[in-house]
Ligand binder design. Structure first.
Ligand SMILES: Cc1cc2nc3c(=O)[nH]c(=O)nc-3n(C[C@H](O)[C@H](O)[C@H](O)COP(=O)(O)O)c2cc1C
Length: 380
């Protein structure tokens, strides 16, 4: 049975709940790492006042014994401090669906006259749990020397042009940036743009890039469509609210080029296979090829703003203004943290599929044997 997770919880309910099933035994889960990523998701420039209310108190409620996983399902709970008294249930029904949200389609699909249950569950509050689960995955991936980072590529029409030649340098720039952007000049312009959006009552989209380093060759498979690593990563990123496009490696740049300009040559250098370029973004034929996995996602501007598209009242069918509640202006830096989490999860699934093991030491022993076998194949 593959590694899997489930989440439950509403935006303003008591708590978010997550269950991870299929983690090997013997893994410590440092709560501090989960808290760190939850804070990174929350504390970014451009978000609403709610992020000052939510401190994301997180608790592991099952699946651990003396600080390590046991092989049983790991239960995680994050309290919602911004919950409405008694939840939102019981108030006047919401009958005015917001364009750009799940409200209308959700009510039609589930036969509801009240948009609140749809809005509560569709909300990106749920991404806090995905970040927590991703932090667990990141901790396990470190044992296989896989590291995951993200940075903001663009906000609105401002593009960053960071130096990505050293991942350590990139990360230290990102760590100093309010927007997790490694290009300081672009960041200053982005902050100006967000301030203007706030004043003028609109919102901003943008794009982020996730880089996974240390990924061994051989994760995913060419053999069947649903085992392809690129497809699985793209699906996971597309499942994040607001994401409207995903690009792997040179992605959109390649479709206008000639074949030879968009393939990565294979060369042998001092007994090791090298790829002088990485247009493929670390995945060929649905299988990781040992280079860094580079994947970007593009998000629309969020829908809720003082200036919004018009709508109708579902109960009277009359035209209405969209209801406005104070909300985020720009969620792109937070999107980077969420994207890291979902990429980490997919890579961990692929690692456990390939190396198996009920105890993490068994998984690691299989991994080491495989890495050695690859090493032998490049020696004459
Ligand atoms: C971190 C994050 C925070 C968000 N905050 C808001 C918000 O405050 N207001 C809003 O209208 N949409 C917000 N969204 C976007 C909506 O959740 C999303 O657009 C909506 O559920 C419809 O889904 P779709 O954009 O994927 O089609 C946020 C998205 C993310 C990733």
């Amino acid at each position: 049975m593959p590694l899997r997770f489930l989440t439950a919880g509403d935006s303003h309910g008591d708590a978010l709940v997550g269950i991870i099933e299929g983690l090997p035994a013997g893994i410590p889960i440092p709560i501090r790492d989960i808290q760190r990523d939850l804070k990174r998701r929350r504390k970014t420039y451009g978000r609403s006042g709610r992020q000052r209310i939510e401190t994301d108190p997180v608790e592991i409620v099952s699946g651990m014994w003396r600080g390590r996983t046991t092989g049983a399902p790991v239960g995680i709970r994050i309290l919602n401090l911004g919950k409405a008294p008694g939840g939102k249930r019981g108030g006047a029904p919401g009958t005015v669906p917001r364009p750009g949200h799940a409200d209308l389609a959700g009510c039609l699909k589930y036969g509801l006259d009240d948009i609140q249950p749809i809005a509560e569950r569709a909300s990106a509050r749920s991404t806090a749990m995905r970040v927590a689960i991703g932090a667990v995955a990141k901790g396990v991936l470190k044992r296989f020397s896989v590291e995951i980072l993200s940075h903001v590529r663009s906000i609105g029409d401002i593009d960053a042009d960071p130096d990505t030649s050293s991942l350590d340098r990139l990360m230290s720039r990102v760590a100093r940036s309010q927007l997790y952007c490694a290009d300081a000049a672009a960041e200053r312009k982005m902050i100006g743009l967000i301030k203007t959006a706030w004043k003028e009552g609109h919102t901003l989209g943008g794009s982020i890039e996730v880089i996974a380093s240390g990924v061994p060759p051989g994760l995913g498979s060419h053999a069947h469509w649903d085992r392809k690593l690129d497809a699985r990563l793209a699906g996971a990123l597309m499942s994040i609210q607001t994401v409207k496009a995903v690009e792997i490696g040179a992605g959109l740049e390649t479709y206008k080029k000639r074949g030879i300009e968009s393939q990565d040559a294979i060369v042998l250098y001092r007994g090791k296979i090298k790829r002088p370029t990485n247009y493929a973004g670390g995945i060929e034929g649905g299988i990781s090829n040992g280079e860094n996995i580079v994947i970007r996602s593009y998000a629309k501007p969020i829908a809720t703003a003082p200036k919004q598209a018009p709508t109708i009242d579902m109960s009277t069918l009359e035209s209405r203004e969209s209801p406005y509640v104070r909300s985020d202006v720009c969620v792109i830096p937070a999107l980077g943290v969420i994207a890291e989490a979902v990429v980490a999860w997919e890579l961990l699934c692929a690692i456990l599929e390939k190396f198996g093991g009920d105890h993490i030491e068994e998984t690691q022993a299989n991994f080491i044997a495989y890495v050695k076998s690859i090493g032998k194949r490049t020696k004459r």
